[in-house]
Design a protein around this ligand. Structure first.
Ligand code: BES
Ligand code: ZN
Ligand code: MN
Length: 537
């Protein structure tokens, strides 16, 4: 059931809702007419309580209080949105989300959110409301089942909304619902989400969004030569799948391909993981989940950019038929790969999916994967790493993450580490040293993107949280969807995607007509291996 959302100018103190949220920018308590109105209903006790609690409207501040019969709502939650200006949009969304989430203890069917004075970004408000209202409760029964579902959020403001503002509200709602597609699929347990059912979710997204869809089943993957992907999946009775969704705008624009790692459960395979933490590996399809959410969002936003979403799905299990360390496999690209550790399965699936992506001749490729524990070690749980072969593209990514309010940190592709991927029996080893493990994983992937400007996102931590933060709830967060959507919007604005020589014009610009590949020489692992050896210590 989807949340009902509307903008109204009704008096917050008289508003017939079960709980009331108030969002306030920093040091604006006096200007906030909604707060002043409510304070009158409390005979001055509201503002003096906020003062006593040292509430100033700083981002992340939250004060809850019972209304004690002074309002129709049983509870008031006041949230700070920080300063106005730079980065205001995600802070506003986060405060709205916290206000809605904070009202849950009142078991509300309806919540009113009083927005700050002269707020006009109703897309952000709607995103915050829907993202804050999200809960994953489908497997709870009896007492654990929420008594009432939140059905309605009223956005309370002082000026009558324009038609454009109502449209922004609808758009924000639809975008947030797309993020919730990602959350749902990541929250689902691995007995429910396995490669075939993940592909089925892709089918649902395609159907709802009127997107083109191609699915490769286990036979199709083998026939097409995705041998690395097939190898990862062959230890499971639930065979591997690839789903390719595409959105083609009416007006032709840039073409960008997103690729997601969809390991529905990662036991490590023959190199099996220890029991501690293995259950977390239900989130190992969060990259694919983000790509699905993005495609759902793109379908509603309808930008003038051609967007493809590819998910590579497999379950990594130990079995008599499982792939093993020392196997040598021929990738879709033709490069041969020596398997080192069957727990480094994600990069194998991605390698073939990236080759598939390059064959679409895109202007840029962006992949997302819960790829390495090394990224968790270097950046901590809330941050994702990203790598790029192109500085202009990397800057666009930085801007996109900032606009979305999501935490991404650029990491370097350190050439010296590439020699770790040299194999004696094959073109490449698929794992380097433990130190710098996120970087050598990225360098391995780089071998499969040809000359296409590329971003690799390693998102092991932020996709799942043990407590709510901003628009993120506990559990699956939907991380990366909003950043990728901003990136698509930046492409739609006509910004340069790459600092490299642009490709020859594609002429017709229809569909996925192949364009001539760019000729930009780039170092290969072989050459990097000849680089001077590192100083011994
Ligand atoms: N899915 C894991 C990475 C991971 C770890 C994601 C923790 C989220 C939280 C990945 O498949 C993996 O097992 N990576 C190994 C690679 C190693 C064997 C080279 C790792 O990081 O330990
Ligand atoms: Zn994995
Ligand atoms: Mn693994």
């Amino acid at each position: 059931m989807t949340l009902k959302l509307k903008i109204t100018t009704s008096d917050p103190a008289a508003s017939r809702v079960d709980a009331l949220g108030v969002v306030c920018f920093q040091d604006e308590l006096e200007q906030h007419s909604g707060l002043q109105t409510l304070d009158a209903a409390f005979e001055g006790a509201l503002l003096s309580h906020l003062k006593a609690m040292e509430f100033t409207g700083k981002a992340g501040q939250l004060v809850e209080l019972p209304s004690l019969g002074r309002l129709p709502a049983s509870k008031v939650v006041v949230c700070g949105a920080g300063e106005r200006g730079e980065g205001e949009k995600p802070r506003l969304a986060a405060a709205v989300a916290s206000a809605v989430r904070g009202s849950f203890s009142a078991h509300p069917a309806s919540v009113g959110v009083v927005v700050p004075e002269s707020v006009s970004d109703f897309r952000a408000v709607a995103e915050g409301a829907v993202l804050g209202a999200y809960r994953f409760t489908k497997y709870l029964t009896g007492d654990r089942k929420p008594k009432r579902a939140l059905e309605r959020v009223d956005v309370l403001t002082t000026t009558k909304p324009t038609a454009a503002q109502n449209r922004e509200l609808e758009l924000g709602k639809a975008i947030a619902e797309a993020v919730c597609v990602t959350r749902d699929v990541v929250n689902e347990p691995p007995n429910v989400i396995y490669p075939e059912s993940l592909a089925q979710r892709a089918r649902e997204v395609a159907k709802k969004g009127n997107l083109k869809l191609k699915i490769l089943d286990p036979k199709g993957l083998a026939a097409a030569g995705h041998n690395l992907h097939v190898a990862v999946g062959q230890g499971s009775v639930r065979g591997p799948y690839l789903a390719h969704l595409s959105y083609v705008p009416k007006k032709p624009g840039k073409r960008v391909v997103f690729v997601g790692k969809g390991v529905t459960f990662d036991t490590g395979g023959i190199c099996i993981k220890p029991m501690q933490g293995m259950a977390d590996m239900k989130t190992d399809m969060a990259g694919a989940g983000a790509v699905l959410g993005l495609m759902a969002a793109v379908a509603v936003l309808q930008p003038d950019v051609e967007v493809h979403g590819i998910i590579g799905a497999a379950e990594n299990m130990p079995d008599g038929n499982a792939y093993r360390p020392a196997d040598v496999l021929t990738s879709l690209s033709g490069k041969t790969v020596e398997i080192i550790n069957t727990d480094a399965e994600g990069r194998l699936i991605l390698a073939d999916a990236l080759t598939y992506a390059t064959r679409l001749k895109p202007d840029a490729i962006v992949d997302a994967a819960t790829l390495t524990g090394a990224t968790l070690v270097s950046l901590g749980q809330p941050y994702s790493a990203f790598f790029s072969t192109d500085d202009v593209l990397a800057q666009a990514m930085e801007r996109a993450a900032r606009r979305a309010g999501e935490s991404f940190w650029r990491m370097p592709l350190i050439e010296e580490l590439a020699s770790q991927l040299k194999s004696d029996v094959a073109d490449l080893k698929h794992v380097g040293d433990r130190y710098g493990g996120a970087i050598s994983a990225a360098l391995f992937l780089r071998e499969f993107v040809d000359q296409v400007p590329w971003i690799h996102c390693d998102i092991p931590g932020a996709v799942y949280g043990d407590r709510p933060a901003g628009v993120y709830p506990k559990g699956a967060t939907g991380h990366a969807v909003l950043t990728f959507l901003e990136l698509v919007e930046i492409f739609a604005e006509g910004a340069a995607v790459s600092g490299k020589t642009p490709p020859a014009p594609s002429g017709t610009g229809e569909g996925t007509t192949p364009r001539p590949a760019r000729r930009v020489p780039r170092r290969t692992t072989g050459k990097a291996a000849k680089a001077p050896a590192r100083r011994k210590r």
